[in-house]
Each structure stands twice: as C-alpha cells, then as structure tokens.
Design a protein around this ligand. Structure first.
Ligand code: ZN
Ligand code: ZN
Length: 242
C-alpha cells in the first residue's frame, strides 16, 4: 500500500468512526445509539406461537415452550432440533444491516447488532451451552471473522451461558439460492464435523439468519450423532417463508 492509500484508508476509517458512531444505522439521525428508538420499533418481530421450524403455528407456544408442534412440512420431514426461535424477521432494513456486517466486515454494523441482542432474553436458559453454526475456514478467512462465532460469544456473555466451539464446517457449501430442498440437503451432507465431546449435553445452536433451515438441520444432526441429548436453534433473524 502506498503512503497516499494509507492516508486515504485512515481517513475512511476515521470518517466511518466519527460520522456513523453517533448516527442511527437505519435513518441516519444523530443520536446516542446505533439503532434509534423510532427505528427499533419498526423492525419486524417474529412474536407468537411457533412451530419447531421457527415459523408461525396456531397451536404453538408463544414463549418457545417444548415440545413445539409441527407444521405440515415439519410433519413430513421433522427437524432434528426440538425447537427454533428468532426474535426478528429477516427483511428490510435488518437485512441491509446484517449484510453490511457479514459481507463488508463493518464493525459499526456489529455494534448495531449488539444493541439488538442486548434487548433479547434467552428463550431457553435450561440449555447447557451455546454452540455456533460455523462458517467454512475459507469464508472466515475472506471475511476476516466468523459472524456466528462472534454472535455466539456475545450471547454467551449476555445470557451467562458457556460457549462451546464443537463444530467445524468441512465443506465450503455452494450457494444454496435457487436449489431445491433435496439439492440443498445433498450439498450439506457431511458438511459439519464435531471436534469435541458433546455427550449428554443440551446445546443451543446459534446463527445470524435462518432461511431454509438446511444448515441448522445438518449441524444439529451432527451434534446428535455425537451424543448431544438435545439441540435447539436460535438465530437473530428468520425469513418468513422457506
Ligand atoms: Zn433511526
Ligand atoms: Zn414447521
């Protein structure tokens, strides 16, 4: 890097820090939080009774009670995890915030996400430990960090629970978009490996977003195969449709 580029890079970083650290990430209003109170109430929440897959189910329990009932799709292919929950709907503008963080490594966006986490109670404090649904090392290297692991560690400290690094992703999963359910499953076959003993543990698998749930299924299957007694899933956001 030339000295000029270094100066420019420093300027960009400083601008980012001084301009955005005191502005709402959504509306740009100057204030003391990353997400201002007016924008916070606009984020779509996924309240209400839930199926095991984390989507609405009229017979479900609003507080994530176990056992969760099964929707038609889950009845046909029951998820290996016993429940899943996400506080927020993955839609505009939250999708932009998560994208900024995940794909551009924007640490100001991470502070916004941490603010959202601070308002989120643990739905199942009876679980033994949190476990990140990890990215493949190549993706982690490209991004410079693993957002699921950072999210898990943050939640572990907020919720006062241990964070157990028990999974690795052995294959860089090809893009899942546009693939059928069966193709997604095939892509994820053998994608995860268990790297430490989990026998007898009730584990809460953590990720940023759940879309089809295929990765969560594969990771939960791996943990259960290695002796975990139960796996539930928590993600910051979830798409409404699969
Ligand atoms: Zn705002
Ligand atoms: Zn379901």
């Amino acid at each position: 890097m030339t000295p000029v580029n270094l100066i420019e890079a420093t300027k960009v970083y400083c601008r980012l820090f001084f301009d955005q650290s005191c502005r709402c990430l959504f509306c740009g209003q100057t204030q003391s939080h990353q997400v201002c109170p007016s924008c916070l109430v606009l984020l779509a929440r996924l309240d209400g009774p839930l199926c095991r897959c984390g989507l609405h189910h009229p017979a479900g329990s609003p507080d994530g009670g176990i056992p969760a009932p099964l929707c038609g799709r889950c009845l046909r292919q029951p998820p290996p995890f016993t429940a899943s929950q996400a506080p927020l709907h993955y839609s505009f503008p939250l999708d932009r915030l998560i994208g900024r963080y995940k794909y551009r490594g924007d640490l100001v966006a991470e502070r916004g996400i941490e603010q959202l986490l601070a308002d989120t109670p643990c739905p199942w404090p009876d679980m033994d430990a949190l476990c990140a649904l990890p990215a493949h090392w190549r993706r982690r290297w490209q991004r410079g960090f693993d957002q699921s692991q950072r999210l898990t560690d943050r939640l572990a400290s907020l919720w006062g629970m241990p964070s157990l690094t028990a999974l690795t992703r052995q294959q860089a999963t090809p893009m899942q978009q546009g693939l059928s359910r069966r193709q997604r499953r095939r892509n994820l076959h053998g994608a995860f490996a268990c790297t430490r003993p989990v026998t007898g543990l009730k584990l809460l698998l953590v990720d940023d977003v759940m879309t089809t749930g295929s990765s969560a299924r594969a990771a939960a299957e791996c943990l259960l195969r290695h002796g975990a007694t139960e796996v539930r899933v928590w993600t910051l956001a979830r798409t409404r449709e699969r």
